[in-house]
Write a protein that binds this ligand. Sequence first.
Ligand code: FAD
Length: 471
Amino acid sequence: GKTIMWFRKDLRLEDNTAFSKMVEDSEFADELICVFQLNPLQFIENSYNHAAFFYSLNSFYEHAKANGVPIHFLYGNLKENFTNLKKGYPDWSKIYFNLDERGFGKERDQKMIEFFENNQIQVYSYQDSHLHGVQEIKKPTGESYKVFTPYFKKWLTMPKRSYQRTVAPLDSLKESSHPLFIEGEKKFKQIIKDIYLPFEYECGEVVAENYLKEFVKNHLHEYQDGRDYPYSDQTSKLSRFLRTGELSIRKVWHALNAEPDSNGRQTFISELCWRDFYNMIYSENPKQKTQEIKEQYRQLQWSYNQDFFERWKKGQTGFPIVDAGMRQLNQTGWMHNRLRMIVASFLTKDLLIDWRLGEEYFQQKLIDYDAASNIGGWQWAASTGTDAVPYFRIFNPTTQSEKFDRYGDFIRQFIPELKDVSNEFIHEPSKMSEELQKKSGVVIGKDYPEPIVDHRKIREEVLTFFKTSAH
Ligand code: FAD
């Protein structure tokens, strides 16, 4: 009979749990068909996120084809697509895929598992995307963790699955000319033609592996310190490959295991654990994209000041470190973690703007957008999440800037207006006298904005905000 492999956020052939299992389980007479379903409900058109994902998908499609694995596309309504496929293939009896354990994908998988079973199609589904799935790390009582540190302690003690080398392509992997696939392929080609990114975007399994190797060799052992300085660019940049599945998380783990221990290595491991933690938290709190996890903060009266929000998006707030971060996002589709924390704190605390707006903007712009980590990060910054930063601990953008971009190198890279401002004033250019401004070739209020808020007054406002509108 026919067996289908359904690819989604697992765009690789190597160490792909469902794909390997399918090949392993298959018998000589089986016909194996690989599909990707294009669901317009999941498209966020005109976003970097969308374009980047499709570039990765296209690169996977080519890579798989070159390795004897043809990928076929379905386009449109999910259930309709699979119903029609079953009509065309009455002998289709098994489906393999890697599960999505949270958000839209989780709901989809639950519905589709039921659908397949009702149609006499046997389901083989696996946790593949994380080192530990959402059910694996529990308190001794069986409850889920809400706080990171005890979760991390338990996580460290749990055995991790090993990574498997590429499976060889099989003769039984078939090219199909089902009319649905012909139509799907046309749609896919059209999407690829229409997408655009204003910056270079590298993708594919091979590139992902190179990023991993380069990071482990050059930065892993200094990661503990190096990761905090945006200009030095010492983080792994693996997030984009993990969100598309171009890189197997077990391969990352495997590479770390081959290294001697160090503070850098341990810190990096804890970041991988944050990824699992937020995945689990999102799975436990399905409304988390629109609702505060902490109940007492669901009534907060956030601001929707359009002018401030636009300035934040464009990197025109008058706080150089915030603006440099936002411009990095707009120009490259990625932002350094330290800056994500700074700009998110600035939006939610200095401007008291609804964190959901920030989350959505990041969703549109990030090439590494991952719902669980992004929502987790935003609720952390807004102090509304589980194990979030307490609301009275407010990031000061200027001291953050002095600490993590001491000589203003990063600021100057993204804010050319400030390139001739001296180190003394780079964090607060509005403090320059008129004469100094002239000398530095920048007029504050004209070439570069005055700070849009007075950070010194923020503390009182934030404290009142959280105290009076919290339940
Ligand atoms: P590295 O420092 O090299 O970290 C290695 C890997 O660990 C990352 O690739 C990522 O998979 C994981 N990781 C690191 N930090 C975190 C974290 N805080 N939470 C969860 N996983 C982490 N990460 C995303 O992948 N997608 C997002 O959409 C996203 N949105 C964020 C929004 C906010 C407001 C904040 C504060 C953080 C967000 N993060 C997000 C987490 C983090 O900023 C990125 O994972 C990291 O900057 C990616 O760059 P890197 O791969 O070089 O990271």
